[in-house]
Design a protein around this ligand. Structure first.
Ligand code: AMP
Length: 289
């Protein structure tokens, strides 16, 4: 495995893979790797000849007052996890090279970036879309792998890859969870013992909402009310958002009525637990129409 700090060297090595007719799978990450990330590495490994991973705490996707400085950066453990998963190349991006003096080109994905995390983190998706565009342009993978845990991000990335003709197939894989249902996240490291006990309530509340919908509930308001009461019942958690939207577009359901038509339903939550802001979601597949 090669760990490379320079952007040009990363691009060159990936060029060489392609020139040798080797397919390239790519997984962008912020590091602080866990089994959720590793599931993406392994899938990439099983589908591609070479696997490239980037580890870059992208400053432009953090807003003022967010956890950019505190974000964990366990470089040696991260490299070991990559090596163990059979990753071929790790690009350790540096802000100075990704955003050199004079940088002024941004990628924004309009409508998909507005609701949910976009509403509470106004610059977040502009930063994500810009860095993912940069990374896909450097690595030029055949396939790039993302997690459903960051559902809105996966839609934003799919859209930009299509709209900018970047040529990578975007694959979105299921959320990997702890035994008690908590979605794995680098930010779970911020949870103390008390907060760690509260955090799985998010996954439980989402499962409850899913059951309600599958049981035939048709009113968005009823699902949201149940979700909010399940989340808030025992305290220790502050809701940022709890919403039920059209899964493909992130638009609200017309008239507040859930139609299990084309596109499906996403139930999405962001909540503050202890010092962490956690997100999770469930997607309910499209019904017969
Ligand atoms: P991050 O390092 O948080 O930016 O995540 C890098 C990639 O890993 C993103 O595509 C995430 O959606 C994905 N990811 C993060 N947590 C999980 C998880 N628990 N299960 C599956 N994928 C995940």
């Amino acid at each position: 495995m090669r760990a490379i700090e320079r952007l040009a060297e990363t691009a060159e090595r990936c060029d060489r893979y392609r020139a040798a007719a080797l397919s390239v799978g790519f997984v962008p990450t912020l590091g602080a790797l866990h089994d959720g990330h590793v599931s993406l590495f392994r899938r990439a490994k099983s589908e591609c000849d070479r696997v490239a991973v980037s580890i870059f705490v992208n400053p432009t996707q953090f807003g003022p007052g967010e956890d950019l400085a505190a974000y964990p950066r366990p470089r040696e453990a991260d490299l070991a996890a990559c090596r163990e998963a059979g990753v071929d190349l790790v690009f350790l991006g540096a802000a100075g090279e990704m955003y050199p003096a004079g940088f002024q080109t941004w990628v924004t994905v309009d409508e998909l970036s507005r609701p949910l995390c976009g509403a509470s983190r106004p610059v977040h998706f502009r930063g994500v879309a810009t860095v993912v565009t940069q990374l896909l342009s450097i690595v030029r993978p055949h396939r790039a792998y993302f997690g459903q845990k960051d559902y809105q991000q996966s839609l934003v990335v799919r859209r930009l890859a299509l709209d900018l003709h970047l040529g990578a197939e975007i694959r979105v894989l299921p959320t990997v969870r702890e035994a008690d249902g908590l979605a794995m996240s680098s930010r779970n490291r911020y949870l103390d013992a008390g907060a760690r006990r509260v955090a799985p309530r998010i996954a439980r509340a989402l499962a409850g909402a899913r059951e309600l919908i599958l049981g035939g509930e048709e009113h968005v308001e009823a699902v949201v009310a149940r979700l909010r009461s399940d989340l808030e019942r025992e305290g220790g958690l502050r809701i940022d958002y709890a919403e039920v939207l059209e899964a493909a577009t992130l638009r609200a359901f017309e008239g507040g009525l859930l139609r299990r038509g084309p596109g499906g339903i996403v139930v999405a939550v962001a909540a503050h637990v202890g010092g962490a802001r956690l997100i999770d979601n469930v997607v309910i597949a499209p019904g017969p129409g």
